[in-house]
Each structure stands twice: as structure tokens, then as C-alpha cells.
Design a protein around this ligand. Structure first.
Ligand SMILES: Cc1ncc(COP(=O)(O)O)c(C=O)c1O
Length: 431
């Protein structure tokens, strides 16, 4: 692989450095993963050459008969994975998927509710620096100040006061389960549409380890590159038996046709042009992998690892936001360790452990400093690490944070991390 890249020495050097970084460091960023070599190869195929504006069977370009087959396979596999009635695999990213949905359900100036960014929501759920917070009136719901978990009564009160047209569930940094049935009741009580952005836990939802938003939400978006372990990209789904998700009266048989027309049209030509056919083919490969029983074992282990890591860190006196995790990630409040999120990210980075600083709910510090870090297990689990390794990782994190300014100890941890990673080889065929 990559033989022809050797001619471009500068780029080949970059590729080698990044491959080595991924191999020798411990990747604990909750939103990252390592795709299979099949997904890697699919993403680097000649399908990148093809313009295919439109959808299978209805393209604006000739020569699309084979890329049509790739997109059909991606859509069918994805529908099977989530028991969905409708799937769109064209969004270039999770943000594009969210943009298409917001533009479908809302007019500029309409109001919607989403989990506040400072409490774990995503930029596209209403941040003032994002289109979602400038085109629309975005109101953020927040977590319970004591438990740091979703407080449905508070969300209901807010919905009744604000009367939003849409409510978004899902988050980037929330470690607990979502009760979509409660959100459905709240949305129904104010006549709002209900959306879920399951970008983070999608792979865990697909295998039945977490509640399935498709059963309750009118529309669901996701990225494909986090727990779902596919190439970078976005998707949009509608669950089975969703009556009239747009609130438009249509004969029953026309429902899917209507959804397809409105949603497909909003993705292309609404907000995108030509789809990335090589990535769509890589998505199809990843969805097939996720359909296998082995992916269920993987997804289950991701959760077991997150719980094991959280329990071990608690024993070292770390303050885990909400006391633990139900999914693949945990948030650590570092206030009792006298280190900021920024300092922790830097020192862990020097020790070969990659995490990101993250605001904790009710954080007193700015997003550039923060009082916390977010840690996730999807990538380490892909390497084959299990509970025993999580115990060691907790020790290494503790050693690093307790000595965050001691370069000698950071070097020691780095050597231990490298040794651990060498026991779980990654992409060895690329060396
Ligand atoms: C909940 C959620 N939605 C959407 C996105 C955006 O995905 P992308 O980076 O592909 O635009 C993210 C990315 O981190 C996310 O966490």
C-alpha cells in the first residue's frame, strides 16, 4: 500500500509520522477510532474520480451505474443495521447531516432546544458560533447541577416555556443513557419535532447496548467515524412506522417517497454538491462490518472498558462526572487534582496518551482552558485492549496527572505507553 506516495518525499514523511503516532500512542479521544484496512482501502479507490450529483437511478451525470450500486449497498446495509425505513449516506460530515435536518424542519428564526455546548452538546446543536445558533433561535437545556445528568422535569418546563419547533437529543460529551420516550412525551406536549444526533454512541446503539432513538425520534443523524468505526462522514435515518415526520398529511403509501424527496433534496442540492463516492463505498464496507456478530463483541467491550476505566480512576480519587458511564466515554472533573483540562491534555500528550480537554457541566473556566478531560475507549478497544489494560491505563493516567510537570516521569510513562501499544499492533502491514 502507498508505494506510489514514496515519490512525494514530503508527503510520505507526513504519512509515516502520523502512522507511527497512531501506532505508538494511546488514543483515548472519545470521538476517534481505527478503521479496518478494508475501509481504508475502499476510501482510497477510483470511486473518488466520479461525479454523481443526485441519487441512484436519478443522477445529473452519465456513467453512474456502478457508483449507484455502491450507494444502494450502503443505504441497504445501513437500514438493516438500524432497522430504518429511510437512509441517506451522502452527508460529508455529521455537521452536514445536522444542517440538512435543521433546514428541513425549521425556517430561519424558528426556535429549537438542544443540550447546551457547555454541558456536552455539539456545536451544531445551537452554539452561537455555528450556523445552528445564528440562523435559528437556539435555547440550550442544561444538566441537573447535583447529579450532572439529564433532568427531564427541567427540560419539560423549558419546552413548555419556550415552545420550540424542534428538540435535539444526543451529545458530544455525555456519558449517560438517554430516555427518548420521555423526550417524545415532552416534544408531543408542545407539538415539537424530535431529533437525535447519535454521532457518538451509534455503534453501541446499532448492537442494542443502548436505547434506540429511531423508535421515538422523527429523525436521527450520526457521524460514521466514531463508535460506528467507518470513514469520516455523516448519515441521516428515519425509523420504521414514523407517521408523517414532516407533519404533512399524505396518503400512507407516499410517506417514504415524501421523506426521501424532502430529505434527499435538502442534502443535494440543498446543502451539498457531488457526493464523495469513495467514502460512500467505504461507508458500505463499514456498515457490513458493523452487521457482523464480531462487531457486537466489540461494542460490548467498548462499554465494559469504559466502565472498568471509570471504576479504576474513581479508586485513584478522580472525580468522574455523574459518577460513571453507560457508554464509551467518561468526563473527568479535575478540580480536586489542581490541574486544568489544558494542562492535563498537554502532560498526557507528552506521556503518549491522547485525550482532549473538555468543559465539565457548570465549568468556571473557558473552553480554551477547561476543568476537565474527556476520555473514550472505542479506539483502544479496536486494538484489542480489555479490562486489564484499562486498569494499567488508569494507573498511567494517575501517574501523569499527579506529576504533570515532572518531565522525567512523563518520559517514563511514555515508554510504558509505547510498550503497551506494541503488544496491540495497529496497521502493521503499513510499516
Ligand atoms: C454529537 C455530534 N454531532 C455531530 C458532530 C459533527 O461531526 P463532524 O465533525 O463530522 O462534522 C460531532 C463531532 O464531534 C458530534 O460529537
Amino acid at each position: 500500500m502507498y508505494n506510489s506516495l514514496k515519490n512525494d518525499k514530503e508527503i510520505f514523511e507526513v504519512l509515516n509520522l502520523e502512522t507511527k503516532r497512531q501506532q505508538e500512542n494511546l488514543e483515548l479521544i472519545a470521538s476517534e477510532n481505527f478503521v479496518s484496512t478494508a475501509v481504508l482501502e475502499a476510501a482510497g479507490t477510483v470511486l473518488t474520480n466520479k461525479y454523481a450529483e443526485g441519487y441512484p437511478g436519478k443522477r445529473y451525470y452519465g456513467g453512474c451505474e456502478f457508483v449507484d450500486m455502491a450507494e444502494d449497498l450502503a443505504r441497504e446495509r445501513l437500514k438493516k443495521l438500524f432497522n430504518a425505513e429511510y437512509a441517506n449516506v451522502q452527508p460529508h460530515s455529521g455537521s452536514q447531516a445536522n444542517m440538512a435536518v435543521l433546514m428541513t424542519f425549521l425556517k430561519p428564526g424558528d426556535k429549537f432546544l438542544g443540550l447546551s455546548l457547555a454541558h456536552g452538546g455539539h456545536l451544531t446543536h445551537g452554539s452561537p458560533v455555528n450556523f445552528s445558533g445564528t440562523l435559528y433561535q437556539a435555547v440550550g437545556y442544561t444538566l441537573n447541577p447535583e447529579t450532572k445528568t439529564l433532568e427531564y422535569n427541567l427540560i419539560e418546563d423549558l419546552a413548555k416555556k419556550e415552545k420550540p419547533k424542534l428538540i435535539i437529543t444526543g451529545a458530544s460529551a455525555y456519558s449517560r443513557e438517554w430516555d427518548y420516550s420521555k423526550f417524545r412525551q415532552i416534544a408531543d406536549s408542545v407539538g415539537a419535532f424530535l431529533m437525535c444526533d447519535m454521532a457518538h454512541p451509534a455503534g453501541l446503539i446499532a448492537k442494542g447496548f443502548l436505547n434506540n432513538p429511531l423508535e421515538y425520534c422523527d429523525i436521527v443523524t450520526s457521524t460514521t467515524h466514531k463508535t460506528l468505526r467507518g470513514p469520516r462522514g455523516g448519515i441521516i435515518l428515519v425509523g420504521k412506522d414514523k407517521e408523517n415526520p414532516f407533519g404533512i398529511k399524505t396518503p400512507k403509501g407516499d410517506r417514504i417517497k415524501l421523506m426521501s424527496e424532502v430529505l434527499d433534496g435538502m442534502v443535494m442540492p440543498g446543502i451539498q454538491g457531488g457526493p464523495l463516492m469513495h467514502i460512500i463505498m467505504a461507508k458500505a464496507v463499514a456498515f457490513n462490518e458493523a452487521l457482523q456478530d464480531s462487531f457486537k463483541v466489540y461494542a460490548g467491550q467498548v462499554i465494559k472498558n469504559a466502565k472498568a476505566l471509570s471504576e479504576k480512576l474513581l479508586k485513584f480519587g478522580f472525580d468522574i462526572v455523574s459518577g460513571g458511564t453507560d457508554n464509551h466515554l467518561l468526563l473527568i472533573d479535575l478540580n480536586n487534582k489542581s490541574v486544568t483540562g489544558k494542562q492535563a491534555e498537554i502532560s498526557l500528550g507528552k506521556a503518549g496518551i491522547t485525550v482532549n480537554k473538555n468543559m465539565i457541566p457548570f465549568d468556571q473556566r473557558s473552553p480554551f482552558v477547561t476543568s476537565g478531560i474527556r476520555i473514550g475507549t472505542p479506539a483502544a478497544t479496536t486494538r484489542g485492549m480489555k479490562e486489564n489494560e484499562m486498569a494499567l491505563i488508569a494507573e498511567l493516567i494517575n501517574k501523569t496527572i499527579s506529576n504533570f510537570e515532572n518531565e522525567k516521569i512523563l518520559e517514563e510513562v511514555k515508554a510504558e505507553v509505547k510498550d503497551l501499544c506494541s503488544k496491540f499492533p495497529l496497521y502493521s502491514q503499513l510499516n
